[in-house]
Design a protein around this ligand. Structure first.
Ligand code: UDX
Length: 470
């Protein structure tokens, strides 16, 4: 194991968009920078500070809180995503400015902040960096393919009109290795007008990105070689640094690094692991839709009945806010048998790396996708929105580590319990499932190589650190 360098040589302050799926990769990125000798600070909101459950940030990562203008309720307290983003920018940037002044004048902080890395969803943080003359880096939490699609759409190079949507036409996007249908594009584009503010958020990632000193992508070169090459022609400062999976699962570089370290919901860890320990290898279907997706009551019922019908063991994460959608019939079925376990939050990395887990029914969030791919678990994709539709396409047709549940085009993307059962069986015991498992182990090895010493992502981090301290 590489020895952690204790000398502090630079201080990176990182500000993720305040949501679990953004905090996880940002925090892991900081842990890797710390292993290369930097001091770091993670900044999140005062509202989220109330939900943080026993943070385990490790050595040389400070935690600071700023206001998003909604200290009592966060996003839920705002009227709309527009008003949330606007307050986050005005209140957040003023508070961030004060925080940096304080940090840099504190006698306890040996290394003044000399770099801000900000979630690409918060491009205003580059102005804060510039105000202090600091290095500024934009961090994209979604895959390079998705970033390329948004970039081209924003530039007017990709046009999606109503007829393209109705006819679900094929679109060939420069830089992408496979053709996509309109329904494979991020949902903000393939349902035009449905999410205008979220589309604006996605497009705004590029508003000043050309001026950033660094552009970091949570992906790795071998996974997205063609699109990374393509985008680097436009953005020479673009570097892949992923997958940002805790080191214990990939290269064992950092001691005790077996989870991301900052849960906003307390995981039911021992319940999950004890239950999995009682099951034979490859017999359990793990199901999770991440931290934000909300299924309709009807789709929850199809999912519940599809899991029971598939007749495998299943471990299903149903967040507290979704639990009321579970039917009494389903709950009594699982109470009377030992086929299924429902929990509010799982230690997902431990679960995915458990030998009992044979497949992952997932919403295809980018972190979940990278985690399954890096831990060698084949997937059944049920994408819900944002980048998940595109991720599902790549999982099935480019990386070949999963399938997407068939949706009924006449019924606005609805899928049935039968569709789910067929997909689960195919991955758990079909010939395609065997092929996917083989492909998964290949990607696992490539992910390990990328973050291992001298791998593509590791070299990119070294380059950044060397530049920051020179
Ligand atoms: C969202 C988007 O869906 C995603 O595509 C985007 O790139 C980031 O923001 P989210 O929907 O929460 O994130 O999904 P995902 O990206 O998969 O992130 C969820 C994280 O929570 C993962 O790191 C996962 O390991 C963790 N998790 C999830 C748990 O620790 N326990 C659980 O029970 C469920």
């Amino acid at each position: 194991m590489e020895k952690i360098i204790m000398e502090n040589r630079g201080h990176v302050l990182m500000i993720p968009y305040p949501a679990q799926g953004h905090i996880n990769p940002c925090l892991q990125f900081l842990k890797r920078l710390v292993s290369k000798g930097l001091k770091t600070t993670l900044v999140t909101t005062k509202f989220l500070s109330k939900s943080i459950n026993k943070p385990n940030l490790g050595h040389n990562i400070g935690l600071e809180f700023i206001s998003d203008g909604f200290d009592n309720g966060g996003f839920a307290e705002s009227d709309s995503i527009e008003s949330y983003l606007q307050r986050l920018q005005t209140v957040g940037s003023a508070d961030l400015t004060q925080r940096i002044k304080k940090l840099n004048s504190s006698p306890e902080v040996q290394n003044p902040v000399n770099c801000i890395i900000y979630d690409a969803f918060l491009p205003w943080a580059l102005d804060v960096a510039r105000q202090f003359g600091l290095v500024g880096g934009s961090f994209f939490t979604q895959p390079c393919a998705v970033n390329n699609i948004y970039y081209q759409f924003g530039k007017g190079l990709l046009k999606i009109d109503d007829s393209a949507v109705t006819n679900n036409i094929n679109v060939k996007i420069p830089g992408l290795p496979i053709p996509l249908q309109v329904s494979d594009l991020p949902s903000f584009l393939c349902v035009p007008g449905a999410y205008p503010s979220y589309l604006e958020l996605a497009l705004n990632q590029f508003v000043n990105v050309g001026k950033a000193d660094w552009i970091f992508i949570n992906s790795f070169d071998m996974l997205e070689v063609q699109v990374v090459d393509w985008m680097t022609k436009t953005f020479s400062q673009l570097r892949t640094i992923g997958p940002t999976i805790p080191s214990m699962y990939l290269d064992k570089r950092i001691e005790d690094d077996n989870d991301y370290g900052l849960n906003l919901i307390k995981p039911d860890s021992s319940i999950c692991i004890n239950w999995l320990n009682s099951k034979a290898n490859g017999t359990v279907v793990y199901v999770s839709f991440g931290s934000m997706a909300e299924l309709s009551k009807e789709q929850m019922e199809e999912l519940a009945m599809g899991l029971i019908g598939s007749n495998f063991y299943f471990l299903w994460v149903v967040r507290g806010s979704e639990a009321h959608k579970l039917s009494g019939k389903f709950l009594s079925e699982i109470e009377n048998g030992n086929k299924g376990l429902v929990v509010k939050w799982s230690p997902q990395l431990e679960v995915l790396s458990h030998a009992a887990v044979g497949c992952f029914v997932t919403h295809c969030g980018w972190n979940s996708t990278l985690e399954a791919l890096s831990l060698g678990v084949p997937m059944v994709g049920i994408p819900q929105w944002t980048d998940q539709t595109t991720n599902a396409k790549f999982i099935a047709d480019e990386w070949r580590v999963g399938i997407r549940v068939k949706v009924n085009d006449d019924e606005k993307g609805i899928w049935t319990r039968k569709d789910l059962e067929v997909s689960i069986r195919e991955v758990m015991e079909g010939d395609r499932g065997k092929e996917m498992k083989k492909n998964s182990s290949k990607w696992r090895q490539l992910a390990q190589q990328a973050v291992g010493i001298g791998g593509s992502s590791d070299r990119n981090l070294d380059e950044f650190v060397a530049n920051l301290i020179c």
